[in-house]
Structure formats: C-alpha cells, structure tokens
Ligand binder design. Sequence first.
Ligand SMILES: [Zn+2]
Length: 355
Amino acid sequence: MFSELTGNAGVKDALKRMITSGRLPGALLFTGEEGVGKKRFALELARALNCRTPKNGEACGVCSSCERIAKLNYPEREDADEWTQIIWTNHPDVGLVVAPKRVLRVEQMRQIEKEANFRPFEGKARVFLIDEADKLNDASANALLKVLEEPPHTSHLILITARPAMLLPTILSRCQMIRFAPLTPAEIESHLLKDKSTDKKTAQLRARAAGGSIGRALANDLVTFTSQRKAMLGVLNALVMTNDRAQLLRSAEQLNDAQYKDEFEERLDVLETLIRDAWMLSLGVKTDVLVNADLLPELEKISQRIDPGRAADWILQIEDVREELIVNINRKVTTDALFLTMAGEVPPQKRPKIR
Ligand SMILES: [Zn+2]
C-alpha cells in the first residue's frame, strides 16, 4: 500500500488520483535523488493496477497479485546474461530492465516493445520499469521511442532516473514527469526504525547524515559524518561566535587536505545544513525540523548571534562554490576564497574566480 511507503505524500495522492480516475498516462518518468524510493513507488503502482481487491487506488498488499509483484527476480550472478533481458517479478505482467554495464541496450527496448504489445496475461495492466533511464544511448533511446509513440492502453512504462537532464527531449516530451522530493530526517528516521533493527539514537544520526536519501542513510559511515560535522561546526563558530580568521583559514586548509579529497562536497553539504539550522532557529522555527537537532545547545548559541541576511548569503556562496567546482578543480583557491568571503573579508563580487 502507498500508505506504507515513506515520504512523498504528494506523489502518492497524484498516483492514486490517476488510478481512480482511469487517467494514468501510458508513460511516466519518476525523477528525484537516488534512494528516495522511486522504484518502490513504481512497483506499488504496478500492484495497485493489478490488485484483485484494490481500494481507492491502493493495492490491498495481501492478495496473490500483490504478493507476487512485490518481488523482482534479479539474476544471482553479476555477469549473468539475464541482466540484458526483462527481469520479471513473480507476476507475468510486471517486469523491469536495468543497465547492464552502464548502458541500456537496444535489445532490451525491443523486448519491452514486444511485451508491451501483448494484452495482460493475468492482471489488468502490463507494467515495465526502466531503471536508470539516463543510461539510454542514442540507439536504445530510439528503440524506446517506438514504444512511447503508441503504447497499448493496457501497458504502462515507468522510466526512473535521478538525472532527467540526460534524457532526449523527444523522450521527455512523451512522458509525464513525477518529481520525488528528498525525504526529511524525520521520515528517514521512522523508516529506519520500522524496517531495520537499529536503535533510536543511531537512526537519528543516520537520518541526519542522509541528505534526504534512504539509500545514503543505510550506506553512510557515521564515524566520518560525526567528524565532518564537528569540523564544520568549528567553521560556523569561527564565523559567528569568535570571528577567528586564523581558525577559518586552518579549516579551509583542512578541507583541502588530500585525505578529505572525496569528502569535500559532503563537508560543504554538512556546513550548509548547520547554517540553515542556526538560521531557522534565529527565526523561531520549531526545533523538530532541524537537520542537526542533536546539536541544539551549540546551534542555539550561534542562532542568537547569527545575522539572517548573512546566513542567506553564505548559503548562496556555498551554492556558487558547488557550481564552480564543476569547472574548476583548484579547490584550495576556491575554499580559501569562500571562507574569506563568508567572513566578510572579500566582497563577493571581487572574489577571485578561476575558470
Ligand atoms: Zn492486492
């Protein structure tokens, strides 16, 4: 049932409305960050369409159709040929394709075209998930276009991607896009507590470190996150509380340290959540929406001295750096400049730029 999935209430409502009104488009595009549940929602949609006793656009979750659609039969061996074919659920009308070796192949799209032309074998609709749809190449995208041009009304295609910008405009224009939002720390925490055997404190910390993604919440290394957060809290303290320029430059240096090379952007993300939290607190926002609620005492002190206008600027400045990093690999100059700009030492418009 949709109600058992975590987050994205708006998406649930939209999908249920489409199902109950009989206006579900033949092709949907699920977009949104990795790990927010796009594939689970797609399978749930397939269940709702094929459930034997559906109610208000919801699958019952217990009939034999619902039960069989819940499980995808992924090949056991990584190099198995089955990866290049439709991977079926235990239900004959619902399957998925993934990109073997990072490319979705023409044969896979042709197989979907063939299967989509059949009427449902058993249920009411045939549903095909195309995972990592950004991995279509020109040839496979063109093969897919043929299916998208006139899908039989009992067949539905759900394209799934975190990078919709990689898709051809001709494909985008034939799909209805459904956007998934990142999950809130509270949503991730309740998911972790429900699904996995973890204690509340760990679940809270993982949820905060996850940046809106359940996938990341499960994969994250908590020791790293805790130390990253401590370092970035030091930066915010130096900016707001002590005005300690030397400390800022030390932090900039540390951020550029080769040993944290892979963590650079994560650390910027963490810094941004800390700034946002202190800023929110200064505006009197309730503490349960904070990402770093466990650091409340420190954040409260900072919030009493933070200037909301400056906090807003800092966030924009961090965003700028993220963009610059795409084209500019000289992180040292960029980071020194960022921290000095944040400290008000360099006016933003005169910030050195390297392109
Ligand atoms: Zn059912």
